[in-house]
Design a protein around this ligand. Structure first.
Ligand SMILES: [Zn+2]
Length: 295
């Protein structure tokens, strides 16, 4: 009963964080995956200042923090190294026409057997980057259970970012009447500025244990590989888009009779509005390999 077995493994890994599985490999620094913590406190709790003698006053030091100093890229899959991902690529990125829902908006990773694993179902999925959870959808087509994590460009090293060369300006894609369930996009007229990278993990076996607003560390558990939504076999669909900072995503669904109008509009907003510009995940990883080797 492999499904039960790996659901159990996922359950154990949810309980124990990284202790139930092998450490996450990163190309930069081999750090253990942080424990799954639904609520993390980024800063120490505020303390009531204790009065200090004027003779022993400690000068206040304001450290200049470089947010990019803590940047790292972790493999999104347990027991798969970053540099191994290309060997289990089962569906390549195909750039869609602007405003249309064709192509393939991400990279798919799948295997039937790998090392000690005889199925991919339930395999722990980890966050590539540090970020914040900005979207969660439970079991709607086409993505199934999904989580979207935002990473601010300010936390990405400048030299790596220049290799990626993200767009700076965002403009509305022309409305295409073929997207007849996206009427809200018809009269759109706006421009935007890119400030963040959004990464979507799709077809997860169960809804992510994370909530919108949770801080996530690179290498932290976000769910397990599944077969939910429009998916023919257990695989991870990894999708990356550049967009304005601070977006939160409501539940999204399409090609699904159970999807509400608002869910279809959210899907259209994410996929075909032009507010979020696609990045090929394998090109991202290739740039990371070049950058990290130069460090
Ligand atoms: Zn896919």
């Amino acid at each position: 009963m492999p499904m039960k077995k790996f659901s159990f493994l996922l359950f154990v890994s949810l309980l124990l964080g990284s202790s139930g599985c092998a450490p996450v490999a990163t190309m930069q620094t081999p750090t253990l995956a942080p424990l799954l913590t639904a609520t993390r406190t980024p800063f120490p709790p505020a303390r009531t200042p204790t009065p200090t003698s004027t003779f022993t006053q400690v000068p206040t030091v304001t450290p200049t923090l470089d947010p990019a100093a803590h940047f790292e890229v972790s493999s999104p899959l347990a027991d798969i190294l970053l540099e191994e991902l290309s060997t289990i690529l089962s569906g390549s990125f195909i750039q869609p026409a602007p405003g249309l829902d064709d192509g393939h908006h991400g990279s798919d990773f799948a295997y039937y057997r790998h090392g000690k694993h005889d199925t991919m179902l339930g395999l722990p999925v980890y966050s590539l980057l540090n970020g914040i959870v900005v979207g969660v959808t439970s079991d709607k087509k086409p993505y199934g259970n999904l989580v979207i994590i935002e990473t601010s460009l300010q936390t990405i090293p400048k030299d790596f970012l220049s290799l990626l060369a993200p767009p700076t300006e965002l403009n509305a894609y022309p409305y295409n009447p073929r997207m007849q369930y996206c009427p809200g996009l018809k009269e759109q007229n706006w421009t935007g500025t890119v400030g963040s990278l959004y990464i979507l993990y799709g077809h997860l076996i169960e809804p992510t244990p994370l909530d919108v607003g949770d801080e996530v560390a690179s290498g932290q558990l976000v769910g397990g590989v599944g077969n939910t939504g429009l998916s023919g076999n257990p695989h991870l669909h990894l999708e990356m888009r550049w967009g304005s900072s601070g977006t939160k995503f409501a539940s999204m669904g399409y090609y699904d009779t159970a999807a509400a109008q608002e869910e279809m509009l959210e899907y259209c907003n994410w996929r075909i509005s032009g507010r979020f510009v696609l990045q090929d995940p394998m090109a991202f990883l290739a740039s990371w390999a070049i950058y990290s080797q130069s460090q």
